[in-house]
Design a binder for this molecule. Structure first.
Ligand code: SAH
Length: 343
């Protein structure tokens, strides 16, 4: 039985499922059965566009670690590492610019998909340790990054007007296809992401206990607003989110205001969000691009220039993508988040 048939059989037997359950099951099946990233896949991510992305994140971690007085035992943690490209660039850059940090750190990758774990192992070797949840990563000073992970966590939608709100679910229509219930008509949609908040809270609790920093990079909006942001991508094109469950990249935009609420605990503080463009420029991506272009052939110069544009232009990834950090509250504002540091 295909995943879609199993989902339909489940709905026939047990009734409609919440959008949250539908999304959780679809995303899990999707990643468990393929490597969807890159030109031949369904979507491309920042680390796949250019090594400069990972180099800037490495510079951020190195500066943060220096400012903390060079702790001698560090966990470098990535959640949802995809093909492992970001970690590969992080490790290479840290080894190059901060050998003492490289010696102090061990690497932990949190990846639910066996297919992607295998791919990461091929690129990164046996040095890192793999986990399926943050809970099994040992305690200690932590440098954590999650790029395009939060958008894959399931959301709830509530449909309504005034004070009557119903949770949106997925059921079968007369033709045996999937449909939303209740229909939206003229009603508003509000989104909530309890699983994201839970995850953020767990990260913040970890930083509270052990020190360090978490960096979340994703597409989304800075202020909570009503609206439907559920989307599905296949072969780099938008498709119907209910069309082929488990076979498309089903995501929702991240509400950074509610993420900040989850990260702001008694002893932890959220920083940002700042746009990806601001963040990467403050960390020096333009100078890095010039440096890389110095000795490059002219086709490679062109590639560097276009990768830089994709990462920082406001009409490409620069504005929609945002970066938020979390640290202990007593900690000074981390690099890239401070207006005063703007060139
Ligand atoms: N960060 C990578 C990949 C982003 S795709 C990049 O920038 O290229 C999303 C990643 O999150 C994949 O590695 C996927 O397998 C992983 N993932 C999705 N849901 C997950 C979950 N619930 N637990 C752990 N990993 C998950």
């Amino acid at each position: 039985m295909t995943f879609e048939d199993a989902l339909k059989a489940h709905i026939r037997a047990r009734g409609a499922v919440s959008l949250e359950a539908f999304m959780a099951a679809s995303v899990a099946h999707y990643y468990a059965t393929r490597d969807p990233i890159g030109r031949e896949g369904d979507f491309t991510t920042a680390p796949e566009i250019s090594q400069m992305f990972g180099e800037m994140i490495a510079a951020f971690f190195v500066q943060f670690w220096l400012d903390d007085g060079c702790p001698d035992s560090v966990h470098l943690v990535e959640i949802g590492p995809g093909r492992g490209t970001l970690m590969h660039d992080l490790r290479r850059t840290i080894a190059h610019i901060a050998p003492p940090l490289e010696r102090a750190m061990d690497i932990h990758l949190i990846e639910a998909s066996p297919v992607l774990q295998k791919r990461q192992r091929t690129l990164l070797g046996n040095g890192p340790q793999w986990h399926t949840s943050l809970a099994t990563v040992p305690g200690g000073y932590t440098l954590l990054v999650a790029n395009e992970f939060l958008d894959a966590l399931p959301i709830q939608q509530h449909v309504g007007a005034d004070d009557v709100w119903l949770e949106r679910s997925v059921r079968l229509n007369g033709l045996g296809g999937f449909e939303f219930f209740p229909p939206t008509m003229n009603a508003q949609i509000r989104e909530r992401a309890p699983m994201r908040e839970e995850f953020a809270t767990a990260c913040a609790a970890r930083l509270d206990q052990n020190g360090g920093v978490a960096l979340f990079i994703d597409y989304g909006y800075a202020k909570s607003t009503p609206g439907d942001t559920l989307q599905a991508l296949k072969c780099h094109m938008f498709v119907d989110p209910l069309g082929e469950p488990g076979e498309t990249d089903l995501t929702a935009h991240v509400d950074f205001e509610s993420l900040a609420r989850a990260l702001n605990r008694d002893n932890t503080t959220a920083h940002g969000p700042v746009s990806q463009s601001e963040f990467l420029r403050r960390l020096g991506i333009e100078a890095r691009a010039r440096k890389l272009a110095e000795h490059a052939s002219s086709p490679v110069k062109g590639e560097i220039e276009s990768a830089l544009k994709r990462l920082i232009d406001p009409d490409q990834m620069g504005q929609l993508f945002k970066v938020m950090a979390c640290t202990r509250s007593e900690r000074a504002i981390p690099p890239g988040f401070n207006d005063a540091a703007d060139p």
